[in-house]
Design a protein around this ligand. Structure first.
Ligand code: SN0
Length: 315
């Protein structure tokens, strides 16, 4: 594997999930694979889980790891071609990415969308430029439109904890005060559509995701209908795709409470984190029996380790 940016880079999703669960059982079985190999993790935006879990995954495989918080510690990057750099940007992505490729055998990149220009965000301009100019395999650590390591960890978690062969999985929109990217829900949707699950998306009117990611999903504006008999409930806010990056007024009643969960099949609650308590998700749920958010975050290590292992095997 030379690129991990979406589910489409994985020919055998089921095998990758199985491999991740095997690595969870035997974390150090492939310690020799990454010997004398270096992973660089480059962040253009904040991170807790992605940074720590991917670093741990690479260390488990025997790699050296370098982390660069580009947004805080790096030079301001110029992304556009054919501009005279007489403003605030100091270094062009063409040199920056190419130099990183000199130092690292695998690069992970995080870059959020601007949420202003939909065409630019959905063209994955920043992520694709890193891929183009660094010359080594690249793992997405969340890009403008997808968060594949999160979605792989989510599928691993569902596979691990499910009690029936084909569970009902629901992605439900949650309120927020800030416009958030569609990356996590887009990605979750396209991975669930490739998994062995019945998949429903519930959101208020006006929050339709781009249909490229939701083929095969049942979509409803009725949260109760979606929650009925659900085995896994994935809670996430996202801003509108059209009008792009906007928050629409109302919909505060979409926050999940224990009362709403009564109609589920003892549904387990998932969230990619960070989560804003009592705005996106109630404390009573986060502190209760049904929440598996911390377990889910723990599985980020095995998702990253399975992907990095596949890349190392390609050298
Ligand atoms: C990001 C998102 O894509 O929704 C990262 C999730 C892994 N979340 C946020 O930016 C939350 C910001 C906030 O202020 O709550």
């Amino acid at each position: 594997m030379k690129l991990f940016s979406s589910v489409h880079d994985v020919p055998d999703v089921k095998a990758l999930v199985k491999e991740a669960l095997h690595l969870k059982e035997f974390p150090y079985a492939f310690k020799a694979l990454g010997e004398n190999k270096t992973m660089a993790l480059v962040f253009l935006n904040p991170s807790l889980r992605t940074r720590m879990s991917t670093q741990k995954a690479a260390l488990n495989l025997g790699m050296n790891v370098m982390v660069l918080n580009m947004d805080k510690e790096g030079w301001a990057l110029e992304l556009r071609d054919n501009v005279i750099m007489n403003g605030t940007t100091v270094e062009h992505i063409r040199e920056a990415a190419a130099v990183m490729g000199e130092y690292a055998d695998i690069i992970g990149v995080r870059s959020f969308p601007g949420l202003k220009d939909r065409e630019e965000d959905y063209s994955e301009m920043i992520f694709n430029k890193f891929v183009q100019f660094c010359g080594v395999p690249v793992v997405s650590l969340e890009s403008a439109t997808r968060h594949p390591l999160q979605s792989l960890a989510d599928l691993i978690t569902i596979e691990e904890l499910k009690t029936i062969t084909r569970p009902k999985v629901v992605l439900t929109w949650a309120p927020h005060i800030k416009p958030l990217p569609q990356a996590v829900p887009n990605s979750f949707a396209e991975w669930m559509c490739r998994g062995e699950v019945d998949f429903t998306i519930a959101h208020p009117k006006g929050y339709d995701l781009c249909t490229d990611f939701t083929q095969g999903a049942t979509i409803t504006h009725n949260q109760d209908e979606a929650l009925a008999d659900a085995d896994f409930i994935y809670v996430k806010n996202w801003s509108a795709y059209e009008p792009y990056g906007q928050i629409l007024p109302g919909n505060e009643d979409w926050m999940l409470t224990n009362e709403k969960l009564k109609i589920t099949n003892s549904g387990k609650i998932m969230h990619c984190l960070p989560v804003r308590r009592d705005l996106e998700l109630s404390s009573e749920i986060l502190d209760g029996e049904s929440s598996i958010v911390v377990h889910e975050a723990g599985n980020r290590v095995w998702a990253a380790q399975a992907v990095i292992k596949r890349m190392l095997e390609g050298f």
